[in-house]
Design a binder for this molecule. Structure first.
Ligand SMILES: Cc1cc2nc3c(=O)[nH]c(=O)nc-3n(C[C@H](O)[C@H](O)[C@H](O)COP(=O)(O)OP(=O)(O)OC[C@H]3O[C@@H](n4cnc5c(N)ncnc54)[C@H](O)[C@@H]3O)c2cc1C
Length: 381
């Protein structure tokens, strides 16, 4: 089914993004896998091409498209090569940018956004803690009032871009007695005394992404680090998780559909018992089901994207798009791997890597269970 949410400008932009992927990422992917990160040179090149500032006003070095479809097109092209690229760039552009742009003071925006757009300031979003990620209201990192500022103590884990980030948006408890209403957001610079990173975490998939633990020991914060108002952090996070979740859904499907396309080619070429493996009725039906699943899921996700363009996307619809696309993505890639036989289980084949890369989509940015919890609550249950 032809997608109708993109116009000629988006398609022209897609060609730019695809060319970037082919020139600057694809030839170096093995190095990125070995290094467990793709490195600052890629960020700087993304910046030089004007790809990092799509959601940032022109006054601070961005292009302020005002249309989330552009960054989603970039995410799709990155996800087609590997899920890790769209995860890392998506955290920076789609997750962190709204905090800095919407909540930052004029001084903060001038200080951070030009570097954000050029790739000189890599960002991360640090919400999850070793004690838990689903129940954000229970986070334990504290920012205790001291003189004119705060003292930050605690740790975060599983933080995408954590190992390379220069600026980290950190959620911390400022009023312990107030529960969810006692959390604030701070922008912490990696050069601040008391900040330390752990090692790059060894993940099941997405080896091109750096994912790290972060530690804060008596980090001195001032009002220059506070994002928005004190104790309003939980609300800020909830508002922005909607955008993060539809971004995830778009990535999930782009990733799965690329692997499905590659598998269709393989199933027509790979022979068994004198015929292409895709031509056996069992496999033909499997592929027919996968294509149907992908296209039906895409129709819902695209409808959500258009709602987000019009600023009418609800948290519940974003939750539906997020968990369903993650489920479909994992089902598609699992079935594709089966069609590649033993080669599918080899890391040197893209389908095997995609299988490991996709698994986290059902866990991060709100697990499938948490998404269903939100949908269930909306049903009055
Ligand atoms: C590769 C990777 C990158 C990540 N990047 C980031 C990042 O950049 N920033 C960041 O802040 N976090 C990041 N995360 C963390 C991610 O968002 C959390 O892992 C996720 O929110 C789940 O939290 P948890 O791991 O603590 O699991 P827990 O909260 O301990 O949950 C464990 C299990 O219990 C289930 N569960 C929990 N509550 C309920 C409930 N009420 N009903 C039913 N089931 C429930 C969960 O669904 C899950 O299956 C990343 C994680 C990974 C793996």
């Amino acid at each position: 089914m032809k997608r109708t949410i993109f116009d000629e400008d988006h398609e022209a932009f897609r060609r730019t993004c695809a060319a970037f992927v082919d020139r600057k990422l694809r030839p170096h992917q093995e190095k990125h896998i070995a290094n467990h990160e793709f490195g600052r040179e890629v960020w700087l090149e993304l910046g030089r091409q004007g790809l990092l500032g799509l959601n940032v006003p022109e006054a601070y070095g961005g292009s302020a498209t005002g249309d989330p479809r552009f960054s989603l097109v970039l995410a799709e092209e990155l996800a087609k090569l590997a899920f890790a690229y769209s995860s890392c760039v998506g955290i920076h552009m789609d997750c962190v940018a709204p905090y800095l742009v919407d909540l930052g003071t004029e001084e903060q925006k001038q200080r951070w956004l030009p570097g954000f757009c050029s790739g000189e300031i890599i960002t991360a979003l640090a919400l999850t803690e070793p004690s838990g990620g689903s129940d954000l209201a229970a986070l334990k990192t504290t920012a205790e009032r001291r003189d004119e500022g705060w003292i930050l103590n605690g740790s975060k884990t599983f933080i995408t871009n954590g190992y390379s980030a220069d600026l980290i948006v950190v959620a911390a408890r400022t009023s312990p007695e107030k529960g969810a209403k006692g959390i604030s957001l701070f922008a912490v610079e990696a050069t601040m005394p008391g900040f330390e990173r752990g090692r790059k975490l060894d993940k099941v998939g997405q080896p091109e992404a750096d994912t790290s633990e972060l530690f804060f020991a008596d980090v001195r914060l001032t009002t220059d680090n506070l994002l928005g108002e004190v104790d309003r952090g939980f609300g800020y996070m909830m508002q922005r998780l909607v955008g993060e979740r539809i971004g995830s859904a778009v990535n999930n499907l782009a990733h799965a559909r690329q692997i499905l396309d590659e598998t269709l080619v393989y199933a027509k070429e790979r022979m068994a018992f004198g015929q292409p493996v895709g031509s056996f009725q069992a496999n033909k039906f499997t592929l027919a089901e996968l294509v149907t699943k992908a296209e039906v899921a895409q129709a819902f996700v695209d409808a959500c994207v258009m709602e987000s363009v019009q600023h009418t996307l609800t948290a519940v619809d974003a939750a539906k798009a997020k968990w369903w696309s993650a489920q479909v993505q994992n089902e598609i890639i699992d079935a594709c791997l089966q069609l590649w036989g033993g080669y599918g289980y080899m890391n040197e084949y893209r389908v095997g890597r995609a299988y490991s890369d996709a698994r986290v989509a059902k866990i991060w940015a709100g697990s499938n269970e948490i998404m269903k919890e939100l949908i269930g609550r909306d049903l009055g249950l």
